[in-house]
Design a protein around this ligand. Sequence first.
Ligand code: PEP
Ligand code: MN
Length: 335
Amino acid sequence: MIIQLEPKLNDSTKTDVLQAIKKIGYKPSPVNTQFGNYVVCIGKKDFDIRAIGSLPGVRDIHYVSDDYQLVSRKWKVERTAIDLGDGVKIGNGAFQIMAGPCSIESEAQVESIVQHLKRCGVRVMRGGVFKPRSSPYSFRGMGLDGLKMFSAVCRANGIKLITEVMELAQIEPMYDYIDVYQVGARNSQNFNLLDELGKVDKPVMIKRGISGTIEELLYSAEYVFSAGNERLMLCERGIRTYERASRNTFDINAIPILRDKTHLPVIVDPSHAIGIREFVAPVALAGVAAGADGIIIEIHETPEEAASDGAQTLNYEESALLFKQIRAILDVQQA
Ligand code: PEP
Ligand code: MN
């Protein structure tokens, strides 16, 4: 159960509400975000809703049958849109393409991709500077200095940026240089990281864990929301199954299911999902057709030379064609 409180209420009114919740046998957890004050109440007992609904300070009560609460669509029927500013929105009817290299490699690389994105009308660039790599001997990213350069080029060109945060200590130094924090598949259940990202007033995109279930992804989002950050997106990036013909198995089912279960925007990452360059476009289009609110995709001027994930990275020609095809699907969906 979610209780929405009035935006401004004094401590004693709040204490009275919490007491009343305890009295009906529910465990109250107060949640304050940038947008609202809530009390998430966990319990199963039947009670007279008027006992709570009539209390001063209570704006609304929502019964949510799901175990996760604030991210559930059962209480918030309108879909959440994430506003990155300057007209760049994701969700609730606004679709965004986010594209860029797996790893940021140099200023020339960023400059070149930014120009390509601008030519293609893409407003958000992706690129990792802290890279989670299976082998410690692989390229692990340009770090904070790389991010500062990446950010300066993007800002100078009106492009928003999303990049991965791998640990607590990176959150604060990254803050001034990013528009969206990406939580990677390997950190999808790093609950300490999720808690801390809940305290930050910048959007967060959480990727599904390597073998994560849809429910686990929703719980990860619940961590961030309940710690205070409502500006969240979820990303289907393929999961590990027994199939070895592709890098991961793209779970297309997850898109309509997530959109049914949560009001948060759902993004697809076809690059990591299939991991095979020539098949990225059909998987991307399938994800868009299935109802995704956005796509995040790896591109590079010369994928063969990319420092990481070149085998799943599209070149400029391939990506320009894909962006056109995506827009054609979006047009059909609107018709
Ligand atoms: C990435 O986006 O480059 C990445 C490492 O993705 P994932 O966390 O999905 O593996
Ligand atoms: Mn990658």
